[in-house]
Design a protein around this ligand. Structure first.
Ligand SMILES: [Mn+2]
Length: 431
């Protein structure tokens, strides 16, 4: 029996008030879509089957390098974080898994953690290692790098940490490890690009050798920060080389915020799919850099265009296509639970919109070099308000028609604020 943090009767009461309007909107959209030759039930079934993982660190208030302004009821540890993730899943029915960060989420009783997740209806997605900050009592510092560090003992320590993440993940039922390193340089000449990358590859090969048979490893590129002149894994080209060097269990992870402004990310996605190396996503949004804003909050069209490539690959049955979907955001001025619920729905929305693209028509327009109508074909799908499909999928799965409204009505934040005394310095936020 799944434990629910918010009474089902409360969600049902809030839903009841919106039910008639939803039924009418769903019927109207169904009629509209059927004129376009689209079966709304088929789209809804796909949306209902879609899930995106919530990052455990996302339920705490994030921060910038200037300050962090904690909110009330901050989770104190991974069990509190799982409670919050359980609420997000209960409301949206779009986030069945959680992505953990080690050592922030490390516990002695891993079996107990797994059971607690299961009791909330949550599974465990990709494990995230952390060699971008030092932990208390650590023998070697990562100030000048981790997996690519000039010192062999520091590299060995970072490799060992990643292997530990695999072991913990294995006990939790996870099937993937995500590796992002902060390694790089702040000054021209500080680091030898080639030697640093050689050392990184050697370290990653040692980690790769310890991957269980049914596991994948995702490497995540990032153009800058915390290193401001160069990073060792700076772009998708380098990331692709890594995946190629390591072998068939290695894939590239695309964090939407880890590129230069205006980079054509959907095209990167298409390339990685074509060559069988798209591992997955960290969804977020940005205006200037790695802003880690809520997914779809700044540029929902870009998110749609990414999903357009994913649905294209899904439709044609691209070989080895099985990307992992995760959110990776930092919430500075919102209630993290609200942001994560809205973001999960935004990802679902982009998926639903991409499912509406008339792919046969689009292919014909592309062949005929009809640029205007080809772009209009995408726009027609993007402009369609698919909210009734998402809301109906949520309702039928036991979730909320309007998750934020139901969550606010529940008073969950005030309840946990009373139960959880404010803590300082808990791992969480700035990634
Ligand atoms: Mn990320």
């Amino acid at each position: 029996m799944t434990q629910t943090k918010i009474p089902a009767e409360l969600i049902a009461a809030v839903n009841d008030k919106r039910r008639a309007a939803l039924d009418a909107d769903y019927a109207a959209l169904g009629e509209h879509l059927s004129r376009r030759g689209i079966d709304i039930e088929a789209v809804k079934a796909k949306v209902a089957g879609y899930g995106v993982a919530v990052p455990s660190w996302g339920v705490g208030t994030g921060g910038t390098r200037f300050a962090r302004f904690p909110g009330p009821g901050e989770p104190r540890h991974i069990f509190d974080k799982l409670d919050d993730c359980g609420v997000i899943q209960q409301m949206t029915r779009a986030t069945p898994t959680v992505s953990l960060h080690i050592p922030w989420d490390k516990v002695d009783d891993i079996a107990g953690l797994k059971a607690y997740g299961e009791s909330l209806g949550l599974g465990f997605d990709a494990m995230n290692s952390n060699t971008f900050q030092d932990q208390p009592g650590q023998a070697h510092s990562y100030k000048y790098g981790s997996l690519s560090h000039a010192d062999a003992a520091t590299r060995a320590q970072a490799v060992e940490h990643n292997i530990e993440c695999i072991e913990i993940g294995r006990a939790l039922g996870s099937k993937a490890l995500t590796v992002w390193i902060g390694d790089g340089s702040n000054f021209p000449g500080q680091s030898n690009f080639t030697r640093a990358f050689e050392r990184y590859l050697d370290s990653m090969k040692a980690i790769y050798a310890r991957l269980p048979e049914d596991w994948r490893v995702f490497t995540e590129h990032k153009m800058f920060e915390p290193a401001f002149y160069s990073t060792v894994v700076q772009d998708w080209g380098t990331n692709y080389l890594i995946a190629q060097e390591l072998g068939p269990k290695a894939f590239c992870l695309v964090d939407l915020g880890h590129h230069a402004p205006n980079t054509n990310i959907e095209m990167i996605v298409a390339r990685l799919i074509q060559f069988g190396k798209l591992g997955g996503f960290h969804f977020n949004d940005s205006k200037y850099g790695d802003d880690d804003l809520d997914t779809g909050s700044v540029d929902p069209y870009r998110l749609f265009l990414v999903f357009n490539e994913l649905v294209d690959a899904e439709t044609r049955g691209a070989a080895g296509f099985d990307p992992a979907h995760m959110l990776d955001q930092s919430h500075n001025v919102t209630d993290p639970i609200e942001s994560l619920m809205v973001s999960a729905m935004e990802v679902q929305r982009a998926y639903a919109q991409a499912l509406l693209v008339d792919r046969e028509a689009l292919a014909g327009l592309q062949e005929a070099n009809d640029a205007l109508m080809a772009s209009q074909t995408l726009k027609q799908a993007f402009r369609t308000d698919v909210e009734p499909i998402l809301a109906m999928a949520r309702l039928e799965a036991g979730g909320a028609i309007a998750p934020v409204a139901a969550y606010r009505a529940s008073g969950y934040r005030a309840t946990v604020a009373a139960e959880r005394p404010a803590v300082t310095g808990s791992g969480g936020g700035i990634v």
